[in-house]
Write a protein that binds this ligand. Structure first.
Ligand code: NAD
Ligand code: ZN
Length: 356
């Protein structure tokens, strides 16, 4: 039966748009790896996208591929040569494993998110972390502080995206900030910007219940509901009015051209946009305005060196990610978890799959 706790069941998507539970042998940790029991995994928008659309950009599903990359777990065995870890240690699992070779200039320079040989869990052909047992390099694990739960440990992955975004645009105490989109990424960005001392913070979304949720999370946030097909310049003027000042930084968490354009118009001269959202492969922005206002337009691809910082912020109580979890399912019911995450009527923010 699926609830036999010794079976290495995992949740997979394939190109036919089916999502189901499969089983594979319990892996043997190789040298430098540990065997983990995955205890908590969050569902990300990209997991849903692979399921519903069979791929993201040029990355297409050919075969069954295990889902999940936001996970935390417990070490249950050590491979050869692993030092500094012991059975029972609780860890956040860094989702991408860069090659670390001296021939890779990205790894050598520490810009490992650009490593061209990256193994990223749940990005085909690599299976995900939404499984019971997984072998993972000890070097890409981060110890959970005693007061940080597995669930919070799994949320370190999306939090790392937000922290990388803030770092990219160098936010400072007292900066007036715009956050576009109040999905899970916009919301962890909101928590981070608030913890960083930004004020005021304006957050936008098309959907009112996402904005209400943002307001519960950070009561001082100013919410602005975007109207579909609204003209970006006029919208930006209203956002500036709500903030009482032109914004210094915008963290764009939707990827839509109209939203990025709105972000650009809402900024003060020399303002910075970090585009975290991923959208259409070609887009256009108001070039002359950007030139005239000396707008700094930045893009982000995942994160590097953010997990330790994210864990410190959670440990120290500066960021509380727990309220983001809207649903919880057992591993055996992971397919139901995907249905809950994909159905807007369920009001999901972060759906967690637990195997405790
Ligand atoms: P999500 O789809 O759950 O949330 C996006 C939110 O934006 C929704 O609430 C939606 O209503 C809102 N929205 C849509 N159009 C809007 C508009 N014009 N103005 C304002 N709000 C609008 O997605 P998420 O999981 O929060 O992720 C956000 C984005 O970040 C996605 O595009 C995702 O692919 C991307 N992402 C990027 C990275 C990276 O490394 N750059 C990593 C993770 C996620
Ligand atoms: Zn590399």
């Amino acid at each position: 039966a699926l609830d036999d706790k010794k079976r290495n069941i995992f949740c997979a998507y394939n190109h036919t748009g089916e999502m189901h539970m499969l089983e594979k042998p319990v892996p043997e940790p190789k040298a430098g790896e540990v065997l983990l029991h995955v205890r908590a995994t969050g569902i990300c928008g990209s997991d849903l996208h692979f399921w519903k659309h069979g791929g993201i950009g040029d990355t297409k599903l050919a075969d069954e591929c295990g889902a999940g990359h936001e996970s935390a777990g417990e070490i249950i065995a050590l491979g050869e040569g692993v030092e500094g870890w012991k059975v029972g240690d609780r860890v956040a699992i860094e989702a991408g494993i860069p090659c670390g070779q001296a021939s890779c200039r990205f790894c050598l320079e520490g810009r490992y998110n650009q490593c061209q040989n990256m193994v990223f869990h749940s990005s085909p052909p690599f299976h995900g972390t939404l499984t019971r047992f997984i072998a993972h390099p000890a070097a890409w694990l981060h110890k959970l502080p005693d007061n940080v739960s597995f669930e919070e440990g799994s949320l370190v992955e999306p939090l790392s995206v937000a922290l990388a975004g803030l770092e990219a645009v160098d936010v400072k105490l007292g900066d007036p900030v715009l956050i576009c989109g109040a999905g899970p990424i916009g919301l962890v960005t909101l928590l981070s910007a608030h913890a960083a001392g930004c004020y005021p913070i304006v957050i936008t979304d098309l959907v009112s219940n996402r904005l209400e949720f943002a307001k519960k999370l950070v009561p001082t946030v100013r919410t602005f509901q975007i109207e579909r097909d609204a003209e970006p310049k006029a919208t930006a003027d209203k956002i500036q009015e709500l903030a009482g000042t032109p914004l210094k930084v915008a963290l764009e968490c939707t990827g839509f051209e109209s939203s990025i354009t709105t972000a650009i118009y809402s900024l003060d001269s020399n303002g910075k946009v970090c585009v975290i959202g991923i959208g259409a492969s070609t887009q256009s922005y108001p070039f002359v305005w950007c030139s005239w206002k000396e707008i700094q337009l930045n893009f982000l691809f995942r994160y590097k060196h953010q997990y330790p910082k994210a864990l410190r912020l959670i440990e120290g109580g500066l960021i509380d990610v727990k309220p983001l979890v809207s649903h919880r399912f057992a591993l055996e019911k992971a397919v139901n978890a995907f249905h809950a995450a994909a159905n807007p009527a369920e009001g999901a923010i972060k759906v967690q799959i637990l195997d405790l």
